[in-house]
Design a protein around this ligand. Structure first.
Ligand code: SF4
Ligand code: FES
Length: 246
């Protein structure tokens, strides 16, 4: 373990722990948009900036990417410089995405008022990349960024429905703004221009996965008659399915 100082608190961490994780473990909150605990960090939004003093030099660093690797590192999470940097990031994001709910409370906290440039269509996506990383982490790789600058957007390849998409909703679940929408009607789920057949649990009737999800994970849909929750209940004790006891 190594010892670092965050906002005057001495904190012991495993070498390599990011400053964000170390701060949160010590009960110190740092605002984030692109970081997600289930995904590898990518440093897209730069909102999590902190001041780091190492070997006598102080600089701004992205806490979600910066590993604590040496004793004596000093971190300050709420200085004027840090707040100015965060305000700058929020202003850029909020001007482009004034409708994004994830930005609203942050803008209030940092005294930022969105002022969208003329001709820029307000939208929800803040280009945090969580959806793309979720899709990569799953191994499906059905989403990516296309375009540059203002035009950068999340889409399946060539803006067409992707054969690689399995309709799992991981992208929508990690999106902080609600930009990714889907629909479920009867036994069909639609997302990213594709419609998927849902699999229903024989016990609780929850439509818990798409056929493609089961196939992707190597599960035979014929044998996956129970959802994970009912399967767990089954492992913990016997359950009844209709007239049958399993
Ligand atoms: S769609 Fe959502 S998760 Fe994906 S980049 Fe945009 S805001 Fe982030
Ligand atoms: S949360 Fe660290 S760069 Fe986005």
């Amino acid at each position: 373990m190594i010892e670092i100082t965050i906002d005057g608190q001495t904190v012991s961490v495993e070498p390599g722990t990011t400053l964000l994780k170390a701060a949160r473990a010590a009960g110190i909150e740092i605002p984030t948009l692109c970081a997600h605990e289930g995904l590898p960090p990518e440093g897209n939004c730069r909102l999590c900036s902190v001041e780091v003093t190492e070997r006598g030099k102080t600089r701004l660093a992205m806490s979600c990417m910066y590993p604590a690797n040496r004793d004596g590192l000093v971190v300050r999470t709420d200085t004027d410089r840090v707040r100015t940097a965060r305000r700058f990031v929020l202003q850029m994001l909020a001007d482009r995405n004034p409708k994004a709910p994830a930005l609203r409370s942050l803008c209030e906290e940092y005294g930022v008022t969105p002022s969208a440039p003329e001709g820029v269509e307000p939208e929800l996506c803040i280009r945090c990349g969580r959806c793309v990383r979720a899709c990569e982490t799953n191994g499906t790789n059905a989403l990516s960024f296309a375009g540059r600058g203002w035009e950068r957007e999340v889409t399946p390849p060539f803006h067409e429905a992707s054969e690689d998409c399995i309709g799992c909703l991981s992208c929508a679940e990690v999106c902080p703004t609600g930009r990714i929408t889907w629909e479920e009607k009867g036994r069909k789920r639609s997302i990213w221009g594709r419609a998927f057949d849902m699999v229903e649990c024989e016990r609780c009737h929850d439509r818990y996965a798409t056929l493609e999800q089961l196939r992707f994970t190597g599960t035979d849909p014929e044998t996956a008659r129970l959802c994970p929750r009912c399967r767990k209940t089954l492992q913990q004790g016997r359950i009844r399915l209709g007239n049958r006891e399993l």
